[in-house]
Design a protein around this ligand. Structure first.
Ligand SMILES: [Zn+2]
Length: 498
């Protein structure tokens, strides 16, 4: 691509270097007018015009320039959406540097943008955050072995290995889940609930934690799972099971049973004081973080391993959501007595369906454990990056079209076509709604589960990204012209929204 009229490449890139690192080194040579990068550029994509600008100044061809960014990388690594959430990529404000190599050579590796590389593999030094830039230590032999394994998986995933890609995807989910289960809570303490102005500093939310040392500790918990994908899946399932135990047992007394007695012998005055304290903490959390009832998903963990009936697990999660929704309205000084909470989640307002919800609505007694768990659930919404699930539900119900589906392989079902299954799946996976209240209520939960289980992880991310784009309204014109107005999906969505 270096044609006549363009300068030959003035400065050779260092293998593995990021575009940011290259541009900073180029500017330091003062060979040409300095190149500008977009503000907070994170090497995840190539904005229009940037390739041209870099090519004109440096003479590097566009393939070389693209290779210094994550353009075209699997979503399992670089995350999805504008913010590149839910991959291994760090938040764009978190920049890691090698305290040894970077000051000497200006080297900034592209992979240091990922939580997979908290150590410099050239000099074996633990990386440091650009903001603090303090001296660090050398990595131990065990740490190096672990990071070389992760580096190898990354390389294979980038070369197109599906196994390595989905292995890395499971490993990320283990890291996300295991921080809540750190055996000695002092290593990675959960942030103080309520009023914490810097939420979730150590937590693995939508992005990994920003400190290399914190990530290094968390990667140490992966050891058995690093071996291969099946070990990783077994580890992940075990964790999911552990995560489901405390909350399910607390939130899930059997529906239609007489109310269970309060779990602690509290006087009415103590019960009222406890409820007031909970509401005050929720009010503080809302004020500090912007949390609102619309951020509550009806179903918090759609594919949590069931311990009894699959649909009962989802319904229990939905009633918990209604309980939290009611409390948040109360904490914000809004009316929580009518049926608006039920309507918001598309659930029929039948009273006394769920013990916890009934006690929340009738101002009955809540145990200290229940208060803690409701507060933890609210905090988890903040840690995961607030998502307007009410808007997602409303848009999927009201907008009578499918997004433009990327060219990916979708699992086949013997009865339902993909154009019916995809919105049914998206209602649960993306809008986190209860299946019965979605745009395609006829599709059984079993069919949705089967579609989800057969869906390739990368295809799943691409579908979620397509729905993200769709809900933001960026593809509606294209969809309207591409799709007819008479598909079954469209008709049923019209009926639901009417
Ligand atoms: Zn180094």
């Amino acid at each position: 691509m270096t044609g006549p009229g363009h300068p030959p490449s003035a400065l050779a890139p260092i293998p593995g270097e990021s575009l940011t690192g290259y541009v900073l080194r180029f500017n330091a040579t003062s060979m040409a007018p300095p190149l500008a990068l977009p503000p907070r550029y994170a090497d995840t994509d190539l904005p229009p015009g940037l390739t041209d600008a870099v090519h004109r100044s440096t003479g590097l061809d566009s393939r070389h320039i693209g290779r210094m960014t994550m353009t075209g990388w699997p979503l399992a690594l670089r995350g999805r959406g504008i913010q590149h959430r839910h991959g291994w990529v760090l938040h764009r404000r978190d920049v890691w540097l090698c305290p040894t190599c970077t000051p000497l050579t200006g080297f900034r590796a592209l992979r240091w943008r990922l939580a997979l590389a908290p150590v410099c593999l050239r000099c074996h030094t633990l990386l440091t955050h650009e903001r603090t830039f303090t001296p660090t230590r050398s990595a131990t032999i065990e740490e190096l072995a672990r990071l070389r394994r992760l580096d190898e998986l990354t390389t294979r995933a980038l070369q197109g290995s599906k196994t390595s890609r989905s292995h890395l995807s499971v490993l990320r989910r283990i890291c996300t889940a295991s921080d809540a289960h750190e055996p000695d809570g002092d290593v990675l303490p959960r942030p103080a609930l309520g009023g914490a102005p810097t939420p979730a500093g150590n937590q693995w939310g939508t992005h990994p934690p920003g400190e290399p040392s914190t990530v290094l500790k968390q990667l140490a918990t992966l050891d058995p799972a690093l071996l291969n994908e099946s070990r990783a899946r077994a580890h992940w399932q075990q964790l999911q099971h552990e995560v489901s135990l405390p909350s399910s047992s607390a939130f899930a007394p059997a529906p239609f049973q007489p109310e269970s007695p309060p779990t602690s012998p509290a006087t009415p005055a103590m019960a009222r004081a406890r409820r007031r304290a909970l509401l005050r903490q929720l009010t503080d959390l809302c004020a500090a973080t912007g949390l609102r009832p619309q951020h509550i998903p009806t179903v918090a963990a759609p594919w949590r391993a069931p311990r009894w009936s699959r649909i009962r697990v989802l319904e229990d999660q939905a009633f918990e959501a209604l309980a939290l929704h009611t409390l948040l309205l109360e904490a914000l000084g809004e009316d929580a007595t009518g049926s608006a909470v039920f309507v918001a989640h598309g659930i029929p307002a039948v009273v006394n369906q769920h013990d916890l919800l009934t006690r929340v609505r009738t101002r009955g007694n809540l145990s200290p454990g229940e208060c803690d768990r409701l507060l933890a659930r609210a905090q988890a919404l903040v840690d995961d990056g607030l998502v307007d699930y009410a808007y997602r539900r409303g848009t999927l119900l009201a907008v009578p079209s499918l997004p433009r589906i990327p060219a990916i392989h979708l699992p086949r079902h013997p009865f339902w076509p993909a154009r019916t299954l995809v919105p049914a799946w998206a209602w649960v996976a993306y809008a986190r709604g209860l299946p019965d209240s979605g745009p395609v209520p006829d599709v059984s939960l079993e069919a949705v589960d089967r579609f989800h289980a057969d869906l390739d992880p990368e295809a799943r991310l691409r579908l979620l990204e397509a729905f993200d784009t769709h809900v933001r309204g960026e593809d509606w014109a294209a969809v309207a012209s591409a799709a007819g107005s008479s598909s079954p999906t469209i008709a049923s969505a019209h009926q639901r929204s009417a």
